[in-house]
Design a protein around this ligand. Sequence first.
Ligand SMILES: CC(C)(COP(=O)([O-])OP(=O)([O-])OC[C@H]1O[C@@H](n2cnc3c(N)ncnc32)[C@H](O)[C@@H]1OP(=O)([O-])[O-])[C@@H](O)C(=O)NCCC(=O)NCCSC(=O)C[C@@](C)(O)CC(=O)[O-]
Length: 318
Amino acid sequence: MNFRSVSRIAINLTRASFQQSVRRTLNTTAVPAAALSPRFVKIVEVGPRDGLQNEKSVIPAETKIEFINRLSDTGLSVVEATSFVSPKWVPQMGDAKKVITGITKKEHVNYPCLTPNIKGLDSAIEAGVKEVAVFLAASDSFSKKNINCTVEESFDRVKPLITKAQENGILLNDMGCYEISLGDTIGVGTPGTFRELINTVSQVVPLKALAVHCHDTYGQALANIHCALEMGVRVVDSSMAGLGGCPYAPGASGNVATEDVVYMLNGMQYETGVDLQKAIETGNWISEQLGKANGSKAARALTLKMAAAKACAPTSKL
Ligand SMILES: CC(C)(COP(=O)([O-])OP(=O)([O-])OC[C@H]1O[C@@H](n2cnc3c(N)ncnc32)[C@H](O)[C@@H]1OP(=O)([O-])[O-])[C@@H](O)C(=O)NCCC(=O)NCCSC(=O)C[C@@](C)(O)CC(=O)[O-]
């Protein structure tokens, strides 16, 4: 693994005021999105992990399992399922093993899990996880709040984790990870800063290995994704119904909603493989389980439109 390039990314992220990067290390079945078709965009659904981790009330593992199973039926190829983190830090993810072993795994879907340290990786391996993601922050203050160590220390923590992942058949390419997701955790980015960020990072990391992870705190997420796509990025993280928020970034709102991303990409003739109708049903379902409104504007508009069309339809004769 080339750690030099990783530390460079962290420096660039700091300069551009972005808070965090996530690195996915991975399995052999992972295919760079750009390799499939130049119009294919891989959506990485982070709802079950990033989306739910900040929920205050305990969500039963059964609900999480059903959520993931429903997501798997929408055509998504990656569903970040859970995180093997300390339950003292993030109690909502304390059922990681139950969740990952309880889901019905589909052959065409990858289910990466977040692992912050060796202990998390060991638990993930024990639970049969085939793909893990590690996360590194760009600033010391956020890193300490999030994983209780500085950025520099986090690189030292990640090194043995990657080595052990390799030893355990979680295969890696020569850089150690096949994808680097640039996270705008507090959603402050604009197309201007995203352009600068991607320009800078792509000097050391190929565009095909980059993903963007946008939170919508300032209403910039879709614009930022559009900018990244125009620059050649083909992997987008998003969360069904716009769920989410980082426990260690107070005030940061949810992730960009998957339904909104798919709606935009459909309109731009990109291919995602995701069935928008099924995505909306899944987003509505999880929102109902959580007792909140669906945070996706496209889902809300299309749900209302469908309800209106249904109400206007002539009643069929018995
Ligand atoms: C990294 C640590 C563990 C360090 O936390 P620490 O307190 O320094 O760790 P420690 O090694 O001193 O251990 C403390 C206790 O936790 C246990 N422990 C230790 N590790 C684990 C583990 N893996 N699984 C289960 N238990 C664990 C360990 O066994 C011990 O238990 P005790 O002896 O006190 O009973 C902690 O800070 C942590 O878990 N942090 C995770 C925070 C987190 O999940 N944040 C959200 C994810 S990042 C994010 O959302 C942003 C992202 C990625 O989506 C990008 C974006 O949104 O832009």
